[in-house]
Design a protein around this ligand. Structure first.
Ligand code: CMC
Length: 438
């Protein structure tokens, strides 16, 4: 997070470090409130030493790139894509606008929008290998497992996937991934339900086509309420990017090996699947199922405070304020429930939020609802199983992962390769099997 409105540090700004072991002093240049980690390498006891490293296992205080895609101020609860506040985008833009914004740097003109739409539509199809791959999974396989495998498997569909240094080729891969991710996501969902695959119809929007592929009955007919399509569209917009989160970092790290983007995107989906990341939306619903009534809310929160469990959908590495996406999703949930009728789980979720936000445990740790707290309730209201919730997240986030991939590939970079502190045994000699002590 570097505030774009703050003036950059002057080239003369330095961090002075004194090594108490040697009394030597070092200067590290300060740029954008950062110091280069490689500048620590000169700090050493003896000339032959490797030099000082920084220790940051969860990358909590490490910047790994420069990026112009998404800005977050976690203290203030601000999220902007390419400068546009998320609240304005959720209200006014659709997912196609946001795809253009993330990938091309700005909102599309009408003709740019038409072009992007037709380019994506031209890539929509059902690859035989994907249909066969998904069909090979047991019906109760997790849809994220199927999606991870199917997206990685797409690399086998195209002969040119390794040309990642070629900008024109990268654009072709981006369009294919944008077109085919919802196809594969829907394929996974239909496989779980024992239904045959369906493709979008002429004139469907991105969200509308996705819903058609998901909801069509065995005769290929789908009754899609416009408010539901709008809700899914807004959720895709809200999930589209979130700067250097666990999955975007996975995509960048894997892509740094110059592997094809299908493998890198599959790494992103795998990272997103975890309950501390996109899998939290599924975990929230499972958690709400464990709270039978409003009277049980205080006891449930007590169990979160003692460390017995986590309040899923709460807390964030970057936001120490209300996640701005959660605010929009909470309002969206209210609109959806006006149409589909109330769900007692919504009342329990609201009570959890109200009680937690007044409790010192959550206040002192600055734990607020995050994007996953209310999103699962909407997906459940649309009729989807909890296993599909992170899949929706992945379909939206694919646009962000691809924007990061393109941004990274367009500039010089090195393969990502962190260091470790080795604490295993010192060198020792081979022991024949019958002389080992067990
Ligand atoms: N419930 C109860 N306590 C919590 C929670 C929670 N959801 N989140 C954090 N804490 C406590 C934690 O126990 C620790 O307390 P203490 O200082 O006493 O040890 C303190 O708050 C700081 O937590 P942390 O684990 O150091 O924070 P982190 O930045 O490493 O973790 C997080 C962030 C999102 C993984 C975590 O808040 C969490 O597990 N939340 C629940 C899972 C969740 O909702 N994930 C979705 C994240 S948003 C969507 C996305 O981008 O993926």
């Amino acid at each position: 997070m570097t505030d774009p409105e703050k003036s950059p540090s002057s080239q003369r700004d330095v961090l002075l470090i004194e090594d108490s072991r040697t009394g030597r002093r070092f200067e590290l240049p300060i740029t954008d409130d950062t110091v280069p980690a490689m500048g620590l390498r000169d700090i050493r006891l003896q000339e032959e030493d490797f030099g000082m490293l920084s220790f940051d296992p969860a990358l909590t205080n490490t910047v790994t790139c420069r990026s112009s895609i998404t800005y977050i101020d976690g203290e203030a609860g601000i999220l902007n894509y390419r400068g546009y506040p998320i609240e304005q985008l959720a209200e006014n833009a659709d997912f196609l606008d946001v795809i253009h914004l993330l990938l091309e740097g700005d909102l599309p003109t009408p003709s740019q929008r038409d072009l992007l739409e037709s380019e994506i539509q031209a890539e929509v199809r059902l690859p035989d290998s994907s249909v066969a791959l998904i069909a090979s999974f047991p019906e109760d396989a997790h849809p994220m497992t199927m999606l991870t495998a199917a997206v990685a498997g797409l690399a086998s569909e195209f002969p040119d996937v390794e040309k990642v240094r070629d900008p024109g080729n990268r654009r072709a891969q981006v369009l294919r991934l944008l077109a085919l991710t919802p196809v594969l996501a829907a394929l996974a969902n239909r496989h779980s339900a024992g239904l045959p695959p369906v493709l979008p119809a002429e004139g469907d929007s991105y969200a509308g086509g996705f819903l058609r592929m998901l909801l069509s009955n065995p005769e290929g007919k789908a009754d899609i309420h416009p408010a539901m399509e709008r809700a899914l569209d807004a959720l895709l917009v809200l999930h589209a990017d979130h700067e250097q989160n666990c999955s975007a970092n996975a995509v960048r790290a894997v892509a740094s090996s110059l592997v094809n983007p299908y493998s890198a995107a599959a790494a992103g989906i795998a990272a997103l699947h975890g309950p501390l990341h996109g899998g939290a939306s599924q975990a929230v619903l499972q958690m709400l199922d464990e709270i039978p009534s409003l009277d049980d809310v205080p006891a449930f929160l007590d169990s979160c405070k003692t460390g017995e469990r986590r309040l899923m959908g709460f807390g964030h590495r970057v936001y120490h304020n209300y996640d701005p996406r959660a605010k929009v999703i909470r309002d969206l949930a209210a609109q959806v429930f006006e149409i589909v009728g109330d769900d007692p789980k919504l009342a329990i979720a609201k009570a959890l939020e109200t009680v937690a936000l007044e409790d010192d445990y959550f206040i002192s740790r600055k734990l607020f609802p995050n994007v996953d707290f209310y999103s699962g309730l909407i997906y459940a209201a649309l009729g989807f199983d909890p296993g599909m919730f992170p899949v929706f997240f992945a379909v939206g986030r694919m646009s962000g992962w691809l924007a990061h991939w393109e941004e990274m590939m367009a500039e010089p970079f090195k393969i990502v390769r962190p260091r470790q502190i080795y604490q295993g045994p010192a060198r020792r000699d081979w022991i024949p099997p019958d002389e080992r002590k067990g």
